[in-house]
Design a protein around this ligand. Structure first.
Ligand code: GLY
Ligand code: MN
Ligand code: MN
Length: 369
């Protein structure tokens, strides 16, 4: 996409002759490939994109997604498609494209070492530069198309979150609840999940990056569900926490404290605010409560083509928020051996504040009461 390619080049000095994106095999696909080549369908294993300072991009596709590639190029006239009949054609195509180039930048952060060695070998005269930071910065502020997709992904996640109380059954396993949440998102139009769904019951809910197991839900347990979907390649990321009846006075207060921590951060979030200020607004609320020190991770991260899209908000984040960034705001309190509460929403940052992309109800709720 012309504007996106030109945005990347504006972040590169001196200007290279080209920026190259090269995919290995799934899961080693460079998501930035889809930033410059906006295709809704196709895996593009082994594909290469060569972006140039005038905003045009040459893409080498395999035959396996030829129709998807050609359809995307019909919509975007800044893209030219070539199709390789077999993987060995890739070498000739790369040499045709870049054999005369003096300096080429690559996405060092997402290119496999093997693929970079291939490029170095077939292009021995090229001097290499790292485009990672320029690509990361370009991707950080979303354009209107990206925000529309992220909003849809957020809406799908929110619908699934609203459905959770009706999905919870005594004796069900964490894996069953996770799969029902994912099924809900697919029914709403998701094309996949944006990361491995987290569902934790009881003490398991106190581990932020827990993986669901075949353990059954029992009365009086906390429940944390952290999940998200992909919509047109863009991610959402939402967490909601519940209590399976009977309730617990301490966990209700924990929940209310996490809500207050999220509200405190949201109250000051706007373009120009250093990420650490948002984090500390939430952390101060937790640290003034009986659960001081139990907010054990950063406040949030950017979301885009990847669920963790390059920016993180923690106690040391000097980098300010910018209008058009999409970030999560996800404080939590974790009590080992007992349970946890996390509330996570996706927002788009504006000049004067923010707009929610996820909307499901956040309040303390006893399910099955
Ligand atoms: N899903 C992990 C996170 O919320 O960042
Ligand atoms: Mn999450
Ligand atoms: Mn998150």
């Amino acid at each position: 996409m012309k504007e996106r390619v030109q945005k990347i080049f504006r972040g590169l000095s001196p200007t290279p002759d080209a920026v190259v994106f090269i995919n290995s095999a799934e899961p080693h696909i460079d998501q930035s490939f889809y930033y410059v080549f906006d295709t809704m369908s196709g895996l593009f294993e082994g594909s290469v994109a060569v972006a140039r300072p005038d905003g045009t991009t040459d893409v080498l596709s395999s035959k396996l997604e030829e129709e998807s590639a050609r359809e995307a190029a019909r919509i975007d006239p800044s893209v030219r498609i070539s199709v390789m009949n077999q993987p060995v054609d890739r070498k000739k195509w790369v040499v045709d494209q870049l054999g005369d180039a003096k300096t080429v930048a690559a996405n060092f952060r997402e290119t496999t070492h093997e693929d970079f060695r291939f490029l170095e070998t077939v292009l021995p005269k090229v001097s290499w530069a790292d485009a990672s930071q320029a690509i990361r910065n370009a991707r950080m502020v979303k354009d209107a198309t990206e925000i529309e997709r992220l909003a849809r992904a957020g809406a799908i996640g929110s619908k699934a979150a609203e459905a959770i109380p009706g999905l919870i059954r005594p004796g069900m396993t964490e894996i069953e609840l996770a799969s029902e949440i994912e099924h809900r998102m697919n029914q709403e139009g998701a094309t996949g999940r944006s990361f491995s769904t987290i569902v934790g019951f009881g003490a398991n809910s106190a581990e932020p990056h827990y993986s669901p197991r075949n353990v059954r839900l029992e009365k009086g347990q906390s429940i944390v569900c952290d999940f998200g979907c992909l919509h047109q390649r863009y991610a959402s990321d939402i967490t909601r926490s519940f209590r399976f009846a009977p309730g617990d006075a301490e966990m209700k207060k924990v929940h209310e404290t996490v809500e207050a921590a999220q509200s405190a951060a949201l109250a000051i979030i706007k373009a120009g605010l250093p990420g650490k200020d948002a984090h500390m607004a939430a952390q101060r609320v937790v640290d003034a409560s009986p659960w001081k020190g139990r907010f054990i991770h950063g406040l949030g991260h950017s979301v885009g083509l990847a669920v963790h899209d390059g920016y993180g908000m923690g106690p040391n984040t000097e980098e300010p928020l910018q209008a058009g960034m999409v970030v999560t705001v996800e404080p939590g309190i974790y009590l080992p051996g007992k349970g946890g509460v996390r509330i996570e929403d996706d927002i788009v940052v504006t000049e004067t504040g923010y707009r929610f992309l996820t909307t499901a109800r956040r309040e303390y709720l006893e399910v099955g009461a």
